[in-house]
Design a protein around this ligand. Structure first.
Ligand SMILES: *Cc1c(COP(=O)(O)O)cnc(C)c1O
Length: 338
């Protein structure tokens, strides 16, 4: 079976499991799990930020950040494709009682002008108070596309002028860093908070880390407890995260190459229309003519290749560390044979 449904389907490797088995653990709600403390510190240092908070999921990590940055009735500015809006169960309303201003960016990437135009006049009592801008990099629903640092710098300057916080949903930030050859510290300088996922391209079974300054993470730790995310001897999971940060970042370039190769094979068929620009590990393609997204997914399933249709016109493939070169070659041959 070749599984392109998501980069969350990865199985831990033998060496990652070994790292987990030998982890020293303690009660993290007491702050006594040495492996979690090490992971939080290691991730914070990579980004040049003061502190980190290990969370069970990227959803929780984003939701903690949104709640820590806002008051009920505030407004969060984000792209309409954002995971925080599309795929977190309405959590912005449930957890933070905030409204959302949705923008229509370029495949999910915003510009400073878009953000500027969306900020409400704080003296107009009709309007919610604009408080937080949340960016996503790479953009999942945008086909894994990435921001230019200069665009983020301009957005940051709009945020500073207007007294807004800036959060990054960096579930796949390492894919962007590898593709754009950017540094983690560039991001630490620009964002008030960053959520990174260990369980996507980095290949761990569980976990995300929220990063920010000490006061923000202290607040976040309280919110995590309230949400039921205070774990105990979870150093077993954090050990997988440390292993992933040490071993699984540079290899993401393979996934990007494989995604490009699959996109090229799709583009050469008569049943694929527009493909969103493939920069990282995600391919989102429009299906037309002989196939519908559903019938294409079914045809691939007959060859034990799994993927999702993501809309009435589009399919998505996500490449990850359990997809080998052989699997990519096999997939390309199946696509050619259809
Ligand atoms: C997967 C993902 C998350 C977090 O997802 P969890 O499944 O809760 O870990 C957040 N943002 C983006 C863009 C994602 O793709």
């Amino acid at each position: 079976m070749i599984d392109f449904r998501s980069d969350t389907v990865t199985q831990p490797t033998e060496s990652m499991l070994q790292a987990m088995l030998s982890a020293k653990v303690g009660d993290d709600v007491f702050g006594e799990d040495p492996t979690i403390n090490q992971l939080e510190q290691m991730a914070a240092e990579m980004f040049g930020l003061e502190a980190g908070l290990f969370c069970p999921s990227g959803t929780m990590s984003n939701q903690i950040a949104i709640k820590a940055h806002t008051q009920p009735g505030d407004e969060v500015i984000c792209d309409e494709l954002s995971h925080i809006y599309q795929y977190e169960g309405g959590g912005i309303a449930v957890n933070s009682a905030c409204s959302v201003r949705l923008l229509h960016g370029n495949n999910g990437c915003l510009t400073a002008d878009m953000v500027k135009d969306a900020i409400n006049n704080p003296n107009d009592v009709h309007k919610p108070i604009s408080r937080l801008v949340s960016l996503e990099n790479t953009v999942n629903k945008g086909g894994g596309c990435c921001y230019e640092l200069t665009d983020i710098e301009q957005i940051k300057s709009v945020c500073i002028t207007n007294n807004l916080s800036l959060h990054l949903d960096g579930a796949r930030l390492f894919n962007a860093l590898v593709y754009k050859q950017q540094k983690a510290s560039n991001y630490g300088e620009l964002f008030d908070s960053i959520s990174i996922c260990l369980s996507k391209g980095l290949g761990t079974p569980v976990g995300s880390v929220l990063l920010g300054n000490k006061a923000f993470i202290k607040k976040g730790r309280r919110i995590r407890k309230v949400m039921g995310g205070g774990m105990r001897q979870a150093g077993i999971l954090a050990a997988a995260g440390i292993y992933a940060l040490e071993n699984n970042i540079n290899r993401l370039a393979n996934d990007h190459l494989h995604a490009t190769q699959i996109a090229e094979a799709l583009a050469a068929t008569d049943f694929v229309g527009n493909i969103l620009p493939v920069e990282t590990n995600i391919v989102i393609a429009t299906i037309k003519g002989r196939f519908t997204p559903a019938s294409f997914v079914e045809a691939m399933a007959k060859h034990t290749i799994k993927l999702f249709s993501v809309s009435s016109t589009q399919i998505r493939l996500v490449v990850h560390l359990n997809i080998s070169k052989q699997m990519v070659d096999d997939t390309i041959n199946v696509i050619k044979s259809l």
